[in-house]
Ligand binder design. Structure first.
Ligand code: AMP
Ligand code: MG
Length: 487
């Protein structure tokens, strides 16, 4: 295990040159202090977990010091925001500090969010507040624990630096880890500014570093685009299966690696609601829960447009055509597993859809329903869950179908069924009200709740003694919380 000063850097993105990013030093936070650190994320860098508690850790990730080999850069990109093209965006408040190698040979981008103004800050102050930094930290690590591809978070550093949003808040930084911070919007930027040389350089960089196996294919760029389509289909299938609403699926927030990226006013569903909109500035519901599926394809089309210099339009269209069938196959596979089924039948899609309609009409808790469905035999479980539904006749009809389906599945012993279902149906999910409780405590200087919640969510499928309060439906005040979009 390594001490903080033993990290090995190789800053490949920085070496692409000044057309891609600008050298900027972090602006330090006043009185930096550790709010929370992820030991699992520290392990990705081979870091000794004990270093998180040392003052130098808070100073480093609070922007006070840098490794000699770090080359802090603000990246330039653009993107489609809510359907309209914004010609220039970029890291307005985050810096890529450098790329670190671990002993296994993996490399991780270190990205410090909230690190001050950059040439891309536009009207912003370059800062991030404690509340949004905690939300990004908790969501990144919780998604990862659920098996949903995501950027990771190493730590949150709090401070006494005042930051103005709707009211005065305190500045914070979150250290994000990802194998790459390249977004769809990077490709769009070089395409729409008509810089073919840099665009080719970027495409080579992504192909060589992140999709090397596509080099073996007759058309490497097309193979890479196909892989990006596949990864997005799979990621979004997982969002839909677990009730995750991203909230700001602009193309500048879409990772070229197909990982969940750039967290804003995201939410996990409490009650199942296909039309749920977690972003209060999304007045038309462009990024509502169920719209995430077609928006995934829309975003891939925007990327495809930017790749037309390298790939024929027909080939791009064909690859885009893979998205929906792949999405549906992944989604149905996940939902079968959530229902405890091990085989496939033609009618399963309808079985799932009917259940979701019933849940929608009765406002049934999405996470707890599936968890309880696996607590005991199918017959006992449905008879206990019945009370949660308003349309009892509708639910009874569904329950009969389900029991018959389970019977045909021949799903093994009750013990096997429970283990299989509990391994895919989380008991603990990052509910908005849980995050809100942890944030309120942290804003008054008590970080114990953030740390406990992070711990609980790092093992979402394992029932943990004494943690019942994290596996409840929200209390009345915690339903439909308005999460501020300012961050
Ligand atoms: P986001 O909605 O967080 O994905 O941000 C969209 C764009 O606005 C990105 O280019 C960000 O870097 C920039 N941005 C967001 N908040 C700030 C801020 N407080 N200061 C400077 N730039 C910001
Ligand atoms: Mg963004």
């Amino acid at each position: 295990m390594k001490a903080l000063d033993e990290l090995t850097f190789d800053n490949r993105f920085a070496r692409l040159g000044d057309a891609f990013s600008t050298h900027v030093l972090p602006e330090p936070l006043d009185e930096p202090r550790l709010v929370v650190a992820s030991k699992a994320a520290m392990a990705l860098l081979d870091l000794d977990p004990n270093v998180a508690e040392t003052p130098v850790f808070a100073e480093l990730f609070g922007g006070h010091a840098l490794w000699a080999e770090a080359e802090p850069r603000a990246m330039v990109y653009s993107g489609h925001q809510f359907g309209g093209y914004t010609p220039q965006l970029g890291d307005g408040r985050g810096l890529l500090l450098g790329e670190v190698y671990n002993q296994a040979g993996e490399h991780w981008d270190l990205h410090l969010k909230g690190a001050g103004m950059t040439p891309y800050s536009r009207m912003g102050d370059g800062r991030a507040v404690l509340r949004s930094s905690i939300r990004e930290f908790l969501a990144s690590e919780a998604l990862h624990a659920l098996g949903i591809p995501s950027s990771r978070a190493l730590c949150v550093i709090g401070s006494s630096t005042p930051v103005w949003r709707e009211k005065q808040e305190r500045g914070a930084m979150v250290l994000r880890l990802a194998p790459s911070h390249i977004r769809f919007g990077h490709f769009e930027y070089f395409y729409y500014t008509q810089k073919p040389e840099q665009q080719a350089q970027l495409a080579e960089h992504v192909l060589n570093l992140h999709y090397p196996e596509c080099r073996e294919q007759p058309e490497p760029y097309l193979a890479m685009f196909r892989e990006i389509v596949e990864r997005n289909a799979e990621m979004i299938a997982k969002w839909q299966a677990y009730g995750f609403c991203h909230g700001v699926m602009n193309t500048d927030n879409m990772s070229i690696l197909g990982i969940t990226f750039d967290f804003g006013p995201f939410a996990f569903l409490d009650d199942f609601d296909a039309h749920f909109i977690c972003n209060h500035s999304d007045h038309e519901g462009r990024y509502s829960f169920s719209n995430q599926v077609p928006i995934g394809q829309w975003n891939l089309s925007a990327l495809a447009q930017a790749l037309t210099p390298f790939i024929s339009v027909d080939a791009l269209k064909e690859a885009l055509g893979l998205y929906l069938p792949l999405y549906q196959a992944h989604y149905l596979d996940l939902m079968r597993r959530r229902l405890g089924l091990t085989t496939a039948e033609d009618d399963d899609q309808n079985l799932v859809e009917r259940l979701l309609q019933l849940m929608q009409n009765s406002g049934v808790d999405y996470t707890l329903f599936f968890r309880r469905l696996g607590d005991e035999s199918a017959a006992l479980a449905v008879s206990r869950l019945r009370d949660d539904f308003v349309d009892l006749a509708g639910f009874d009809a569904w329950a009969e179908r389900y029991k018959a389906r389970v019977e045909r599945d021949g799903d093994g012993s009750e013990e096997q069924r429970r283990a299989r279902m509990h391994a895919v149906n989380p008991l603990y999910i990052l509910r908005n009200y849980l995050a809100q409780n942890a944030i309120a405590a942290a804003e008054s200087g008590d970080y114990s709740e953030v740390r406990r919640l992070h711990e609980v969510l790092s093992k979402p499928f394992e029932e943990q003694a004494g943690m019942e309060q994290y596996a409840q439906r929200p209390p009345d005040w915690g339903k439909h919380l308005e999460i501020s979009c300012s961050s």
